[in-house]
Design a protein around this ligand. Structure first.
Ligand code: PLP
Length: 657
């Protein structure tokens, strides 16, 4: 079969198969018996737990209650509504199917699904240990598991150990990154304003505001040590004095009014950044105007443009809060040069313009498992590359290798972690700064070396944006990472399948281009960095961008979920995105347009649908795209389907040339 890398004749011949077969419920519900067995077993287990709490208590609901007409009426109403819900849900998007290669969703890992369902009836609330004696530790452990995957220190006896927690998703994790970076940046200014003596506080506001994260944490440590040496009365007085000067107390307006040498800091992010960054800046009160979007070069953040922006900021005495690198962009799956961004931070911090580096790995975070050995060490490029056609490019390897030097990372377990929604994660390299997020001063000023790491984070609600939060999802993330440790030999086998699928898709796209010669131009507009592959399409003979866009939109209409039609009408699901010259750069844009025979002169920045190129986008995360057991490649089937639909659409209404 074309597109099937080393496909064995029989499923059993592939050592990976048995392992992969047990991970999910399966496209056909193949593992229903396993999931059902687990559900029944642990529901019974939960019931026994209730019965054994105080077995001397008589049942509150009498044994004959089910015979009461009121009970029966309620039960029929309940059943009726549940049946209606269950019927309506049949119109859901079939994320589980290998025919679904649209958005960032797929089947759910059984360990996580089972752990979450198992935990739900206990209903733990991970706001604090009082409401979640078990699952709050699991959440902190899950944070450490992710830290290890990223190359952050995960030994809690180290004072600079990493810390991570779950959020509702990547959006809130990115927000937490902004909050933490701002707290750390502004704290030295508050120490100065509070007049804390003897701890080598910078002599002016500009220097204090631009220390950079490591020096900021070192100063916080010195402040804690100094405070611990004061008599209790003095301690309380100093805590109040400094707290009154903090940006969290004063708010933006008052803080910057008191420090006229300082401007509201900027966030530098690539133009491909997710819109959660704009939301985050609005929410924090920095304002969307402080988000400066940097251009891309070759589909990645342009490190030279970052350098220029930083030089301009230095000239204009414009502080920078954070530089963001994206690890797997939402639209194209491309990987920014994280290594160049951390190098820039180190260089500019030495020059007195300190800032944090955050990696938005909501999509690509779990790809880091491919780069990690079971002992936690980093894998060499040639080892990672084994078995792939082209992944990872040296620059992609360098980006992943640099993750351990960043200040914080967002990862979405509910994307490439194959877990139910409600699971994003924020992880920071050095947990000591997290104290600055606490609501209560008791946590802010506490010598981190003396405090027990786990005991501290059992008051999770002190540090996270949310209040009440699901303990069940924490159990799901933790158990998944225990069953499938986050290294290449375990969890990594999943992203491996997705990258292999992307490479097969890339080859399939090129085959389609050759097969449709004279009918339509089909190209893979840029080689994928990871597991998202796009296709650019233009009817043969057409040179007008707007005409090509209209054609791809019609094609996409056939590939998207339509709530008014039965699901089965659709053969496949894909998604759509656009390429804009502002985002990818003029040179790249012209190259791509030329590759499908479009005249770049028809690109019109004021045009209705001609200021950008519409392309098909495919997320190849379903683990069963290359079905070895049946010798089926859903990718080949999709490519063939697309070819037929392109021919049919052109035959139905020939495009004007
Ligand atoms: C999905 C995504 C987000 C937002 O995450 P949610 O879980 O949807 O809140 C942020 N950044 C990137 C790169 C993403 O792919």
């Amino acid at each position: 079969m074309p597109g099937l890398p080393d496909a064995p004749a029989q499923g059993a011949a592939d050592p990976d198969r048995g392992w992969l077969d047990a991970l999910f419920l399966g496209p056909y519900g193949e593992n229903d018996a396993l999931l059902e067995k687990l559900m029944v077993e642990f529901l019974r287990d939960h019931v026994y737990w209730r019965r054994n709490f105080h077995p001397e208590d008589p049942p509150a609901i009498p044994t004959h209650a089910a015979r009461h007409p009121g009970y029966q009426a309620f039960e029929s109403r309940l059943r009726r509504e549940l049946h209606q819900l269950s019927a309506a849900l049949k119109r859901s998007v079939p994320f589980h199917s290998p025919r679904y290669i649209g958005h960032m969703a797929s089947d759910l890992l059984l360990p996580g699904l089972a752990a979450q369902i198992l935990t739900l009836p206990y209903n733990p609330n991970n706001v604090s240990e009082d409401a979640a004696p078990v699952t709050i530790d699991l959440e902190v452990q899950a944070g450490l598991q992710l830290a290890r995957m990223l190359g952050y220190p995960d030994d809690t006896s180290r004072p600079d150990c990493a810390f991570g927690h779950l959020t509702s998703g990547g959006t809130v994790a990115n927000y937490q990154a902004l909050r933490l970076a701002l707290a750390l940046k502004a704290f030295p200014v508050a120490l100065r304003a509070g007049g804390v003596p003897d701890i080598d506080v910078p002599g002016d506001d500009w220097t204090a505001f631009n220390l950079g994260p490591d020096a900021g944490i070192a100063l916080l440590e010195r402040a804690n040590a100094w405070l611990a040496a004061q008599p209790p009365r003095e301690q309380r007085r100093w805590v109040r004095t400094v707290a009154a000067q903090r940006i969290e107390q004063l708010g933006m307006v008052d803080f910057f009014a008191r420090h006229p040498a300082l401007k509201v800091p900027k966030v530098l992010a690539p133009i491909t950044a997710h819109y959660s960054w704009s939301k985050g800046l609005k929410l924090l009160g920095l304002g969307r105007g402080q988000l400066e979007l940097l251009p891309e070069r070759g589909m990645r953040l342009d490190a030279d443009a970052l350098e220029d922006a930083l030089a301009r900021c230095e000239r204009e005495r414009q502080p920078v809060l954070m530089a963001v690198a994206v690890l797997g962009t939402t639209e194209y799956g491309t990987v920014d040069p994280v290594d160049a961004v951390v190098d820039a931070r180190d260089r500019w911090t030495r020059r007195g313009l300190g800032f944090s580096v955050h990696v938005d790995g909501a999509w690509g975070g779990y790809l880091a498992t491919l780069f990690r050995n079971p002992d936690g060490s980093l894998r060499a490029l040639e080892d990672v590359r084994e078995g792939f056609a082209r992944f990872p490019l040296p620059e992609v390897h360098a980006a992943f290798a640099a993750l351990g030097r960043t200040d914080s990372v967002t990862v979405d377990p509910h994307k490439l972690g194959y877990l139910p929604y409600g699971a994003g994660a924020f992880i920071c390299r050095d947990h000591r700064a997290v104290a600055l997020l606490a609501e209560s001063a008791d946590y802010v000023f506490q010598d981190a070396r003396d405090a027990d790491y786990h005991a501290r984070y059992r008051q999770l609600g002190q540090f996270v944006p949310e209040g009440s939060k699901s303990g069940a999802i924490a159990a799901a993330v933790y158990v998944t990472h225990k069953v499938l440790p986050l290294d290449h030999a375990n969890f990594g086998r999943l992203p491996r399948q997705t990258v292999l699928a992307a490479e097969a898709f890339h080859a399939g796209g090129e085959r389609l281009g050759a097969a449709l010669q004279g009918v339509a131009h089909v190209t893979v507009p840029f080689a994928p960095d990871s597991n998202l592959v796009c296709l650019a399409i233009n009817p043969a003979g057409n040179a007008d961008l707007a005409v090509a866009n209209a054609f791809v939109r019609r094609l996409h209409d056939e590939l998207r979920a339509d709530p008014r039609q039965p699901l089965q009408v659709k053969q496949f699901f894909g998604s759509m995105t656009t390429l804009r010259p502002e985002a990818v750069g003029d040179a790249e844009m012209h190259r791509i347009l030329a590759s499908i025979g479009i005249d770049p002169a028809t690109l019109d920045s004021d045009g209705d649908d001609s200021d950008r190129l519409v392309i098909l986008r495919h997320t190849l995360m379903n683990p069963y795209l290359l079905d070895h057991a049946n010798g089926i490649s859903y990718i080949d089937q999709y490519i063939d389907h697309l070819g037929r639909r392109i021919r049919a659409l052109l035959a139905a209404s020939p495009e004007p040339a």
